[in-house]
Design a protein around this ligand. Structure first.
Ligand SMILES: [Fe+2]
Length: 187
């Protein structure tokens, strides 16, 4: 089945006042839909047309040369936005627990320091993009950046900071959401 924009798991205004309804509508209904439409168009007729996005992002170099950039950008945008809707929650926020909390504490010195590091990484990224916290080996948790549609390669990741302006949305993040490896290396 071709890619589809997943329905928001909450109302468009559910993350206010941290993310307003209009911003959610633009990113979900317009940006995300455009990524999906463009990716589907580029993949149409290829053997990868019905594959999950996590698979498509690992076979970019097997696509015809003239499709690779389009699929990387648009399938990447689809994957990143899908992940973002999933990790936000109207009653989210608070503090992480368990091994993630321990890793944040030992690596950054605490949650406030992590927030600062993530925000700094976002501010320093030229243009729009994403800042990722890669949580794998507890000694190597770190924020890293990708372009607006790049995705991290990791054994587990959490995303923050989407779009042309850096937002501090920790107040609504769902720390319990984790995603295993399988996303493509950044281009
Ligand atoms: Fe967006």
């Amino acid at each position: 089945m071709a890619f589809e924009v997943p329905p928001l798991p909450y109302d468009y205004n559910a993350l206010e006042p941290h993310i307003d309804e209009q911003t959610m509508r633009v990113h979900h209904d317009k940006h995300h839909q455009a990524y999906v439409d463009n990716a589907n168009k580029a993949l149409e007729g290829t053997q990868w047309a019905d594959q999950p996005v996590e698979v498509v992002l690992t076979i970019l170099d097997e696509l015809p040369d003239d499709k690779q950039a389009t699929v990387r950008n648009n399938a990447g945008g689809h994957a990143n936005h899908s992940f973002f809707w999933e990790i936000m929650r109207p009653d989210g926020g608070g503090e992480p627990s368990g091994s993630l909390a321990e890793a944040i504490s030992s690596t950054f010195g605490g949650l406030d320091a992590l927030k600062t590091a993530v925000n700094d990484a976002g501010v320093k990224r030229f243009g729009s993009g994403w800042t990722w916290l890669i949580h794998g080996d507890p000694t190597t948790s770190r924020p890293g950046g990708t372009s607006s549609t790049g995705t991290p390669s990791s054994s587990g990741s959490r995303a923050r900071a989407d779009g042309s302006s850096v937002r501090t949305e920790f107040d609504r993040v769902d720390w319990s959401v984790q995603r295993g490896g399988g996303l493509s290396p950044p281009p």
